[in-house]
Design a protein around this ligand. Structure first.
Ligand code: NDP
Length: 248
């Protein structure tokens, strides 16, 4: 079950945190993983780790907010491997600010990376997936895209946008054997959340029924499921992985 032998997977934001874990998890299940992020050294180290563990991975440095660069990266994967089966749009950033103080560049950077980056990725892989009548696209949104969050209007807008984007493309490509889904993580222990003040951490924990912070593997296993053949009848969905936070 959930084996990915022979599959070619692109994972963006692979240099650390959730994307790092997703890359390891997909590789362990048999996929060849193309690790994408801006930090070349970190993804090269990750690819080396995966290959050293008997898996298969290569590093391709790329800024997903640059459409030309993303297209070039995808084209070179297709040239090298002949296809792309799985795309995980995981790269994401925050530039938090209250609306009154938010600068246009804070808005633009977040929308360009989180939302446009995903659009660029999906658009560049869709042709090869349609040709092969198979594809798994998994977009990492956030529970903040479902609920909103004071001080994160740019981030919440980008993540809510991903849900509409996912549903629309799921409708466009469903007849070609391609599924498109979102995962909405709650609070996951990574660098992105490491500087939350301790009192915010305590009150956040109070609102999580499962009483623990999420781990990158909680998201990685959900990605693995959605990427597998076993998830072939699931599309256009947003799966919340948050210890029960949004039901509280
Ligand atoms: P991190 O900040 O730890 O990692 C973000 C990753 O995105 C890094 O690998 C970074 O690599 C990459 N990245 C950022 N900008 C770009 C870019 N322009 N081009 C390519 N890669 C880029 O975050 P997490 O691992 O915590 O988050 C991963 C995803 O999960 C994000 O989309 C985030 O919004 C989402 N999420 C996280 C939650 C959490 O609690 N941690 C909760 C809900 C959602 P580099 O800098 O090398 O480019």
């Amino acid at each position: 079950m959930f084996e990915l032998n022979g599959k070619i997977a692109i994972v963006t934001g692979a240099s650390q945190g959730i994307g790092h874990k997703i890359s390891h998890t997909l590789a362990k299940s048999g996929a060849t993983v193309i690790c994408v992020a801006r930090s070349a050294k970190k993804i090269e180290a990750l690819a080396k780790e995966i290959n050293g563990n008997g898996g298969s991975a290569i590093a391709m440095p790329c800024d997903v907010s640059d459409q030309t660069e993303f297209i070039r990266t995808v084209d070179s994967v297709i040239k090298q491997f002949g296809k792309i089966d799985i795309l995980v749009n995981n790269a994401g950033i925050t530039r938090d600010s209250l609306l009154m103080r938010m600068k246009k560049n804070q808005w633009d950077e977040v929308l360009e990376t989180n939302l446009s980056g995903t659009f660029y990725g999906m658009q560049s892989v869709i042709k090869t997936m349609m040709k092969n009548k198979f594809g798994r696209i998994i977009n990492i949104t956030s529970i903040v895209g479902l609920t909103g969050n004071a001080g994160q209007s740019n981030y919440a807008a980008s993540k809510a946008g991903l849900i509409g984007l996912t549903q629309s493309i799921a409708k466009e490509v469903g007849s070609r054997g391609i599924t498109v889904n979102c995962i909405a993580p709650g609070w996951i222990d990574t660098e992105m959340t490491s500087d939350l003040p301790i009192n915010s951490k305590t009150s956040l924990l109070d609102m999580i029924p499962l009483k623990r912070i999420g781990k990158p593997e909680d998201i990685a296993y959900t990605v693995l499921f959605l990427a597998s053949n076993e998830a072939s009848y699931i599309t256009g969905q947003t799966i919340t992985v948050d210890g029960g936070r949004v039901i509280n």
